[in-house]
Design a protein around this ligand. Sequence first.
Ligand code: NAG
Ligand code: NAG
Ligand code: NAG
Length: 123
Amino acid sequence: MNPNFIRISLLLLTTDLCFGNIIDVRVYGTHGKNATFTTTIKPTSDPFFSVAWAVNGSFIITSTISNTIVEPKYADRTTLFRETGSMELRNLTNEDSGEYTVHIIPASGHLISGAAVLEVQHE
Ligand SMILES: *[C@@H]1O[C@H](CO)[C@@H](O)[C@H](O)[C@H]1NC(C)=O
Ligand SMILES: *[C@@H]1O[C@H](CO)[C@@H](O)[C@H](O)[C@H]1NC(C)=O
Ligand SMILES: *[C@@H]1O[C@H](CO)[C@@H](O)[C@H](O)[C@H]1NC(C)=O
């Protein structure tokens, strides 16, 4: 594998069989660029009750139907796609390396959780 690339593996474990059991996603990018943590949840017209992303256990963004809260240091460089729970992170630095987790409560109420390890490397 090209060491100039960021490696992200997103493993979603879900108890909701509609979404399948395990989803594995890989995304590639480089330092200073963007990465998208992509879930393979099908876009839904029934809005998720909540979506929350964290890194190393510290919260990044939490979105409920009525409101979205973003940790200030991520305010300018993150976008949450509420239809799928995917998240884009822009302008990556080495400090963004870490263990990312997502917790989604869909309209059905069955919690979906995922984890991804992001490794940011210089170009
Ligand atoms: C990162 O995303 C922003 C906003 O979508 C875009 O303007 C910028 O060109 C992207 N940068 C790279 C390196 O892809
Ligand atoms: C990206 O981050 C660097 C420092 O980490 C900063 O100087 C630069 O302005 C940022 N670029 C954007 C588009 O936010
Ligand atoms: C997460 O933890 C790792 C290992 O301690 C550290 O290198 C990394 O910078 C942390 N990332 C964030 C975003 O806090």
